[in-house]
Ligand binder design. Structure first.
Ligand code: RTP
Ligand code: MG
Length: 143
């Protein structure tokens, strides 16, 4: 299995609930390594650019308003099958449909305020990583 990287974002609702550490524990417990991280309060322009694929969707305005409602914690996760593994750990988009033990089941309140973002493909992961991090900000593990 190839080692992959993916983007994870702890969204403003989960940062507000003070559960960044609990969410990081899910990544680490499942074999994903944090190789870059930053806290950021996104500007409207940054949030719109990040979610540009959804700009025609009816929920786009709400999504952007939510994503700029407080700081987010953005991390690059590295590990075997990282894109799919992170999506599995996150759970379904709507927490009402999320499996037991997933981040969204445990920390999300609604489809709009759903605690975390994760890249949905290796291709999008590369685009999303480059959106937030310079290559020099990513720290491959040496031990
Ligand atoms: P994400 O991109 O944040 O990891 O979430 P996802 O892949 O599970 O879901 P996606 O379809 O990409 O939707 C992006 C985000 O838009 C919000 N959303 N709201 N009100 C709604 O019906 C609705 N549908 C989606 C969610 O915050 C979702 O995570
Ligand atoms: Mg998505």
């Amino acid at each position: 299995m190839a080692i992959e990287r993916t983007i994870s974002i702890v969204k403003p609702d989960a940062v507000g609930k003070n559960v960044i550490g609990k969410i990081y524990d899910r990544f680490e417990s499942n074999g994903l390594k944090i190789v870059a991280a930053k806290m950021k309060h996104l500007s409207r322009r940054e949030a719109e650019g990040f979610y540009a694929v959804h700009k025609e969707r009816p929920f786009f305005g709400e999504l952007v308003d939510f994503m700029i409602s407080g700081p987010v914690m953005i991390q690059v996760l590295e590990g075997e099958n990282a894109v799919a593994k992170n999506r599995e750990i996150m759970g379904a988009t709507n927490p009402a449909n999320a499996d037991e033990g997933t981040i969204r089941k445990d920390f999300a309140d609604s489809v709009g305020e759903n605690a975390v973002h994760g890249s949905d493909s290796a291709e999008n992961a590369a685009i999303e990583i480059a959106y937030f991090f310079a290559e020099t900000e990513i720290c491959p593990r040496t031990r």
